[in-house]
Design a protein around this ligand. Structure first.
Ligand SMILES: Cc1ncc(COP(=O)(O)O)c(C=O)c1O
Length: 380
């Protein structure tokens, strides 16, 4: 059976060109970037070229990019790193719709003496900028707000938040794993101090990410060792992964974003024609180009996902990263959905590889599934 992959917010297919760019670094140019010989120096060159590509894509300087193992590590390094290097301040502001790698880091930091403010969001998922401003005090060290949300796709106004943080003298970190290459990021224009990026959401390999750290900001490393990555992330660099990450960034373009948005809107329009359905989150330009999250009201998301899977369509009932904990979505709860509504919602997330023909098939199957499940659903 042909597979239609609509779970690109969980992870993406590695682009063939990305894979091709990585292969020589496994078998021919496999050197350690710290070695002085030719093969080592080839690896070093590839590392620095990749750093340049990623830095340039967000308007940063090369030496402001620290390579990590992915979004989770970058988020941990940003928050713990800042917290431990600034003992004079202990207040962190974040939101209730962050990824678990921020929320659980904050929870742990509470055991280390941090005071955390978890900001509410409105019914579309937006942080209230006035409330954020009010929450800043003389103890506030960091504001950490997700750029594009992984479950409902809402895009926060990071430029406005960055402006406020700069005026009030607090650091601003944003988790841009889902928005990177889909929404413009410019660290200077948007006053960003730290930015989390990863590769496997943009058709790059898994296990690679980066943290942008504005020049002059001190952070404490999580791992100590040989002093790689300016001493902030010791460990032999994953050169094939980093090369693939940079290649994925180079391939990404705004034309594809436009195309994906069109497919997204077509799919949303088609699904909303099914009775008793509702789009969770924001609309249009305030939503990630590839995100759809729909509440079907009286049929379980898990059941819809199971039937979609049986028909070759991969979907998700929320964040893949927390699906093994089987908890109700904290994001859908934060935008005011009831327990029943959160459990009757599914996420479909697109990529540049999806086609209009696939969308037609998905709509046909979805209509069938919903009709069938509504007949037998115990939820009224
Ligand atoms: C918004 C967001 N932040 C962080 C992460 C974690 O990234 P990684 O899987 O690279 O650790 C993810 C991945 O699901 C994400 O969507």
């Amino acid at each position: 059976m042909k597979q239609i992959y609509l779970d690109n917010a969980a992870t993406t297919k590695v682009d063939d060109k990305v894979l091709k760019s990585m292969l020589p670094y496994f078998t021919k140019r496999y050197g350690n970037a710290s070695s002085q010989h030719l093969i080592g120096q080839e690896a070093k060159r590839a590392l620095e070229e990749s750093r340049h590509i990623i830095a340039k894509s967000i308007g940063a300087k090369d030496d402001e990019i620290i390579f990590t193992s992915g979004g989770t590590e970058s988020n941990n390094l940003a928050l713990k790193g800042l917290f431990f290097s600034h003992p004079e301040k202990n207040h962190i502001i974040t939101s209730k719709i962050e990824h678990d790698s921020i929320l659980n880091t904050c929870k742990w930091l509470e055991t280390q003496g941090a005071k955390i403010t978890y900001l509410d969001v409105d019914e579309k998922g937006f942080v209230n900028i006035k409330e954020l401003e009010k929450a800043i005090s003389s103890d506030t060290l960091i504001v950490s707000i997700i750029h594009g949300n992984n479950e409902i796709g809402v895009i926060q106004d990071i430029e406005e938040i960055g402006k406020i943080c700069k005026e009030r003298g607090v650091y601003f970190h944003t988790d841009a794993c889902q928005s990177f290459t889909k929404v413009l990021i410019n660290v200077k224009k948007q006053n960003l101090d730290l930015v989390t990026l990863n590769s496997h959401k943009i058709h790059g390999p898994k296990g690679v990410g980066a943290l942008y750290v504005r020049k002059g900001i001190e952070i404490t490393p999580l791992a100590h060792g040989g002093g790689h990555e300016k001493g902030l992330r010791s460990g032999t660099e994953n050169i094939p992964g980093i090369v693939g990450f940079a290649r994925a960034v180079k391939i990404a373009n705004w034309k594809d974003v436009k195309k994906i948005k069109k497919i997204r809107d077509r799919l949303i329009k088609g699904i909303l024609k099914i009775s008793n359905t509702k789009l969770n989150g924001a609309e249009g330009e305030d939503r990630l180009c590839n995100n759809i999250n729909i509440c079907f009201n009286n049929i379980e998301g898990e059941a819809i996902g199971g039937y979609l899977d049986a028909n070759g369509i991969c979907s998700s009932t929320g964040s893949a990263c927390s699906s093994n904990t089987l908890k109700t979505s904290h994001v859908l709860k934060a935008i005011g959905l009831s327990d029943i509504q959160t459990n009757t919602s599914i996420r479909l997330s697109l990529s540049r590889f999806n086609t209009n023909e696939e969308i037609d098939y998905v709509l046909k199957i979805l209509n069938k599934i919903v009709r069938k499940l509504r007949r037998i659903s115990p939820i009224k």
